[in-house]
Design a protein around this ligand. Structure first.
Ligand code: B1M
Length: 221
């Protein structure tokens, strides 16, 4: 079992999507993230264990990117491999209660294209009984405002992965606050902190998807 998880984390780190993918050349002809994720689930490995393996691979490629050992194309391939695994894990995250606890509008803020962490948050929140409207990436303040206007009483989640884009959260929080003061807003993403959330007037900060669920449940009660 551990071997499968290790193989999977190597596939994520090296951007090996599936057996047919020719990238990276040194893994040509071998199973990729797609096949290994399926085998892992079939062999009874928990989805959370599979996710941990993927995160380890993502962590390693991120560190190498930080040291200028790999560049954007390598990151993109890693993200594609990770998205392939997410497709396998989706149903497991979505088997929450049927009754909806509320509506959660989530998106990655303007200028930011990082999708994976936000998608995970969306899946886990949905799996915990919320109706989720995922607006995607590079979401403008105007788009958030429009959706909040259409879904009175919804909660809003803002994600950012870049220090240069997390500043865009502030504008979105301010605009929503001014027009829809009852709306609960939570923020998250690697560079975001509780301090920052307080500074920009958000209702809360969650470091991970489970934290987002706890916070939403608390804010909604
Ligand atoms: Co980018 N990138 N990237 N990247 N990328 C980072 C974030 C970086 C830390 C890499 C590094 O330097 N070590 C760095 C940011 C530095 C900084 O600002 N401090 C960086 C950079 C610099 C860039 C570019 C600027 C590179 C360039 O072009 N020169 C560029 C920016 C593009 C843009 O957005 N405008 C860029 C591009 C990309 C790709 C497009 C190639 C790709 C994203 C593809 C995609 O998402 N479809 C990418 C990737 C893959 C990464 C890393 C390697 C992995 C991100 C990821 O998916 N992690 C990342 C390094 C790293 O994180 N180790 C990096 C896995 C994911 C599950 O975790 O997203 O943190 P994460 O989400 C977590 C939590 O943060 C939290 O829950 C999730 C699960 O635990 N969370 C929330 C997230 N959102 C939340 C919301 C909540 C609550 C919790 O409530 C609402």
């Amino acid at each position: 079992m551990e071997k499968l998880i290790e193989q999977l984390s190597i596939c994520i780190e090296s951007g090996k999507i599936n057996r047919n993918s020719g990238y990276p050349p040194q893994l040509k002809g071998q199973d990729g993230a797609d096949e290994i994720a399926r085998q892992a689930l079939e062999s009874g490995i928990k989805p959370s264990g599979i996710l941990e393996g993927c995160m380890a691979g993502m962590q390693r490629i991120g560190e190498r990117f930080g040291r200028n050992e790999v560049f954007v194309p390598e990151l993109l391939m890693a993200a594609k491999a990770m998205n392939t695994v997410m497709e396998h894990l989706k149903p497991y995250f979505q088997t929450g209660e049927v009754k909806r606890r509320g509506v959660f509008v989530v998106g990655t803020v303007a200028g930011d294209l990082h999708d994976i962490g936000k998608k995970l948050v969306a899946m886990v929140v949905e799996g915990n009984g919320w109706e989720v409207i995922d607006l995607g990436v590079d979401v403008s303040t105007e788009k958030f405002m429009e959706t909040v206007g259409q879904k009175p009483g919804c909660a809003v989640g803002l994600s950012a992965l870049l220090t240069t884009t997390m500043v865009n959260m502030e504008k979105t929080v301010k605009f929503i606050r001014d027009k829809y003061p009852q709306t609960k807003i939570l923020v998250g993403g690697a560079p975001v902190t509780l301090n920052y959330a307080n500074q920009i007037g958000a209702d809360g900060y969650a470091p991970d998807p489970q934290g987002a669920v706890h916070l939403l449940d608390r804010l909604a009660s």
